[in-house]
Structures are given as C-alpha cells and as structure tokens.
Write a protein that binds this ligand. Sequence first.
Ligand SMILES: Cc1cc2nc3c(=O)[nH]c(=O)nc-3n(C[C@H](O)[C@H](O)[C@H](O)COP(=O)(O)OP(=O)(O)OC[C@H]3O[C@@H](n4cnc5c(N)ncnc54)[C@H](O)[C@@H]3O)c2cc1C
Length: 475
Amino acid sequence: MDTAVVWFRDDLRLTDNPTLVDAVTAADEVVPISVVDPRDHGGTRYGTEKLGAHRAAFRRESLLELRATLRERGGELYVREGRPETVVPDVVDRVDADAVYAQTKPATEELEVENGVRRALPDGVALETRWTHTLYHRSDLPTPCRRMTDTFTPWRKEVERECSVREPLAAPETVPTPELPAGDVPTCSDLGLEAPPEDDRAVLPVEGGESAGKRRLEAYVWEGDHLREYKRTRNGLLGADYSSKFSPWLAAGCLSPRWIHAEVERYEDERVSNEDTYWLVFELLWRDFFQFQFHKYGGQFFTPTGIRDVEKTWNHDRAAFERWASGETGIPFVDANMRELNRTGYMSNRGRQNVASFLTDALEVDWRWGAAYFEERLVDYDVASNWGNWAYQAGVGNDSRDGYFDVLSQAEYYDDDGEYVRTWLPELEALPSASVHRPWTLSEAERAACGVQLGVDYPEPMIDLEERYATLGRR
Ligand SMILES: Cc1cc2nc3c(=O)[nH]c(=O)nc-3n(C[C@H](O)[C@H](O)[C@H](O)COP(=O)(O)OP(=O)(O)OC[C@H]3O[C@@H](n4cnc5c(N)ncnc54)[C@H](O)[C@@H]3O)c2cc1C
C-alpha cells in the first residue's frame, strides 16, 4: 500500500513495536500521529483529576523523544489535539491513507475510542490493531482470556508451562514520512496543570522516553547488578534500587516487557540465574494477569462490587478521604507514603498495599475513590494494574482475599528504624524509633521533648487503629 497512519497510544517506543513495524513493512510511507484527547484530562466522577502533573510531564518527555527518534529515521511524529474519532479520520483523509495501525488495549474507555475510530474511518480503510503491551501475546495463551481462571497462581503455572514469550522486534531503520505540520506536544500548562514539583527525596529522577527507560534498565540490571538480589530487596521503601522502577516506562509503553524479558535472559546467561532474576519475570506476569483479566471483565472492574459481586458497605466520607489523600491521617506510615506519592508520583508496592488497605479496610471508604486518586497521581498509572490491584486490595477483585494489612505492624517491620517515615515526615525526626510509627503512645511531655505536639506539628490519629484491627480480627 502507499500510505498508512500509525496512531501511537500507550506504545511510545520504536523497539519491539509491532504496530509500527507492520505499518512500515506494509506501506511505502507512514504517518505517525499522537492524539491529545481532551477526555484524558479534567475532572472525574470521583472528584479527582484524570491526569496529574507527574504523568503529564512524563508523557510529554516521552512524546518529544519519540519525535526525535522518528526524525533520526527520516520520519516525524505528528501531534494533534481532539478526539481520535475525529482526528484520525481527518488525517487519513488528508494523506489519503489506505490503513490505520494502532495498539489495542483492554480497558473500556480505550476500547470505546478504538471502536469509534473504526466506525469513523472511510469505507475501505481498515483499522489494523495489534496487541503489544504484555509479555505473553494474547493469541498465544493456552486458554483464551474469556475463559481464563480468576486466580493468579494456576493461571501463571499454565502459561509458564504451555506458552513462550515471543522475541522482541528490532526498531525499523527508516520511517519514511510525508511532510505535514508537526504540531506541538502539550506542556503541563497547556493541559491546565502546574509543572510537577522537584523533590530530591524522590526514589529516582524519572524522565520519560524510550532511551531513558533503557538507561534505567542498564543502570539497574547491568551497572548496579541488582537483579541478582531483586526478590530479596523489592519490599524496600527508600532509594532507587530496591525494585526495578520500570513501571512508568512500561505504562507508557516506552519499554516493552518482551524486551525486558530478553535482557533478563541475557543477564541470566552472562551473570547469574537464580530465584531473584526469575522474580522480575514473575512480577511482569502479575502485570499480564491484570491485563488479561480486563480483557475478560471489562467495565465490571469499575463497579463497587467488582468482578466477584461482593456486597460491602462503603462510606463516602469526603473529609476522611481528603485526609488520606493529603497525608494527614495522623498514622505516620500512611502519611509518609501519601506525601511521597503527592510529591513524586511514585510509591513502593508495599506502600500502595498499605495505604489501600488503610482506606478500604480501616476507613471503609469507597475503594474506587482511592483508585481514582492513584489514577490522578501515579506517574506509572496503568488502568488494569491500578484498578485491578485496588479491587484486589478491597476484596472485590481477583482471589478471595478477605484479610487486611495491619499498617502499624507493617510499618514496624518494613521501616524498623523509622528512616522512611522520617524522610517524608521531617516533623517526626526527633521521635525515638520505637515510637515513631505510633507517636500517640508517648506521653505529651515525651513528645514535647521531641518537639512534637499532636494536633499542632503533626495530626492526631484520625482513627484508633489498634481498636479497629481488633474489630476486623473478630470478623
Ligand atoms: C493499590 C495498587 C495500585 C497499583 N497501581 C499500579 C499502576 O497504576 N501501575 C503499575 O504499573 N503498577 C501498579 N501497581 C503495582 C505495583 O505496585 C507497581 O507496579 C510497582 O510498585 C512499580 O514499581 P517497580 O517498577 O519498581 O516494580 P517492580 O517490583 O520492580 O516490578 C516490575 C514490574 O512488574 C510489574 N508489577 C509489579 N507488581 C505488580 C502488580 N502487583 N500488579 C501489576 N503489575 C505489577 C510492574 O510493571 C513493574 O514495573 C499497584 C499496586 C497496588 C497495590
């Protein structure tokens, strides 16, 4: 064919991008476009924003880099604002394209947009979609998504036994593109957002784009040699190297999981192969699992009762939610994690599990409010990973988890010297490690000696957690 449009979505990369490779192979010229959809930012029905500054900045950097790498190959990235259902057919019309190539993802809104584009294309112009964001390809699964089990372990075992990961594709060497006005990549302020704050306590400076993602892999896996201890360190809370931090690049599609998998295999060949090196692949399988579950259940994931139809009473106490969101609950481990999220766009997996349990188990606030808040704030937000994990934590998703995280014990176990909490709550700096997670257990005089007056320097706890857990334990 003469011309194909390549509509980039959450696949902002050249390496292992089957959508781009297939388009370049099929057509003499391709027209790479990214569409800034007004529905992707602005308010949500949960009183949160759909897109926050950290992810907006990351996306901008990723698009700028994609544009630069396409230019190196004789191409261009055209950026247009509007609904893809209007913009994509307009571009097709303008360049007289024969087909449109695009990534497909399982989330409801994304699928609706995709179907809208398909319907709006002129007769004879096909929308060629490619499944490109998981480790295992959807078509290679031994059991089709619609019939897959809802429990992770049997699913993982079946996939590992019966399926293999496809080889990553090389980036195309040239991307011949016709000349059109390039269009501007929106800044945070174009989207009505303030630029994200800089904070040197962030786990690492996160920069969008494929090459920054590859540099992160190089630093973590090869230079730092951390993969050999990945499983043992991944529950850490402070610093760049307790876990991979690949999530922002995976979510925007700057890194392909198959490419990461190939690097893990190379590391296993050249350095060491152990349970820790396997564990990174294991975590990528959790990611896959939620993607395929979304393919199976679609919009059911967003209902209060989740995919298992679990009736629970959720409260809609806005003031309690706001205290949680701003890190003002008076429970140091929750507040430290929420403040880290708000300042940096990132929170460790351990932190995410604990703050989610605090909101849903201790406060019984509607879990969807928490998920929506994470959607706004996370730099690595991904619809299936986020809503799937939230539903799981809330006991309405995969696996029949009915327990809760005892945030105080978790804090004392994973932050035993209180270093993490002191990093994000400097007002508690002088408290002794033994009580930094429970400042209310000190006498007023002891706290005063450390310069902490509850209700003045740091909030009174909004809930008696020990008492709450005693009730939950009796459930
Ligand atoms: C309530 C809650 C919300 C979450 N929201 C998101 C989200 O929006 N986006 C997101 O990428 N992850 C989400 N996670 C999963 C996990 O916390 C992050 O992927 C992880 O902390 C990112 O850090 P990392 O890249 O260093 O992870 P690592 O521990 O190094 O793991 C490697 C990769 O595996 C994947 N992964 C690891 N754990 C999970 C998991 N439980 N579910 C799905 N994928 C996983 C991620 O892509 C991650 O980058 C959420 C977890 C919880 C409990």
